[in-house]
Design a protein around this ligand. Structure first.
Ligand code: MN
Ligand code: MN
Length: 296
């Protein structure tokens, strides 16, 4: 890998770690989700990066894909299990990292289960390792705490301007027979729950992604689509960002762009049995036969 490229992956990881830790530090009783998300976004930009995707701040039974609404009033309560999942983009070189907190509590077992699962992965990680080896370590660790891994969420390869590509790294034991790349970046993200271990789409959507640049009839729709293409490329973005920029009418245009096939929706994901969910995630860089955890 060229050194310039390596430096950008590493910087994206370093900023990712910083904004994850900032987010976690703000998860206290009474804190507003919107304030936490905006603080993370502000810091990302101050560091000369852009968000890889909107900060996901998902509470309790919500596993992922929640980012605050433009007028979100939600406040954290003591005992909430909060997943802070964030990433930084440095010229399209991305990080993706997450941590969980039990608000106002120490030593929560569900949080420890996913933290220890990810720590166990760090111990064995190397370029070209088999996917099933990682999945087994995650599954065993989470079950040793008496919880279930979420089977339909998992790690993934990352490319430039591409948050999910290539490998899928399951959180449950499998015989996939596939191997991780030897050069480049992957994210590993154990999820644990006291539910059955399966997430489903809820009706709510706060995060979107450009998938096709089709003709749009309305002037505002065209303007929004152009902005999305220029500002986010094909990385996920928040409805809140578009409303803040273009006003409330943008909400209707977003719906039209989805219907026209220009935007993909990321539904908010919930645990099927309403189990509580925790998650940790790191990005790993493989280069020259070695592994670096860029977000550690
Ligand atoms: Mn993530
Ligand atoms: Mn991820």
């Amino acid at each position: 890998m060229e050194s310039e490229e390596r430096e950008k992956w590493l910087l994206a990881g370093k900023i990712g770690k910083e904004i994850r830790e900032l987010g976690v530090s703000l998860c206290v009783p009474g804190a507003k989700l919107l304030d936490i998300a905006e603080a993370i976004e502000k810091r990302t930009i101050e560091r000369g990066a852009k968000p890889s995707f909107p900060p996901n701040i998902s509470i309790n039974q919500i596993a992922a894909h929640y980012t605050p609404k433009y007028d979100d009033k939600t406040e954290l309560k003591k005992g909430d299990i909060v997943k802070v999942d964030v990433g930084a983009s440095v010229d399209g070189y991305l990080s993706d990292t997450a941590a969980s907190v039990a608000v106002g509590e120490e030593g929560n077992k569900l949080v420890s289960a996913t933290k220890e699962a990810l720590d166990a992965v760090i111990e064995i990680m190397k370029p070209g390792i088999s996917v099933s080896e990682i999945s087994t370590v995650i599954d065993d660790k989470i079950r040793s705490f008496g919880f279930s891994p979420i089977v339909n969420l998992g790690g993934h390869g990352i490319g430039r301007y591409s948050l999910h590509e290539g490998e899928f790294i399951s959180n449950s034991k499998n015989y996939s027979g596939s191997f991780l790349r030897k050069e480049g970046v992957v994210a590993v993200e154990p999820f644990a729950t006291n539910g059955g271990g399966y997430v489903i789409d809820s009706a709510e959507v706060q995060i979107y992604q450009l998938v096709a640049n089709k003709n749009v009839r309305s002037t505002l729709g065209r303007e929004i689509l152009k902005y999305i293409a220029e500002e986010y490329n094909e990385l996920p973005f928040a409805k809140r960002w578009i409303i803040n920029k273009f006003g409330r009418l943008a909400e209707i245009e977003i719906r039209n762009l989805v219907a026209a096939g220009s935007l993909h929706e990321f539904n908010v994901l919930k645990e099927r049995d309403n189990g509580l969910v925790s998650q940790f995630e790191h990005s790993f860089l493989f280069d020259d036969g070695k592994v670096i955890v860029t977000t550690l």
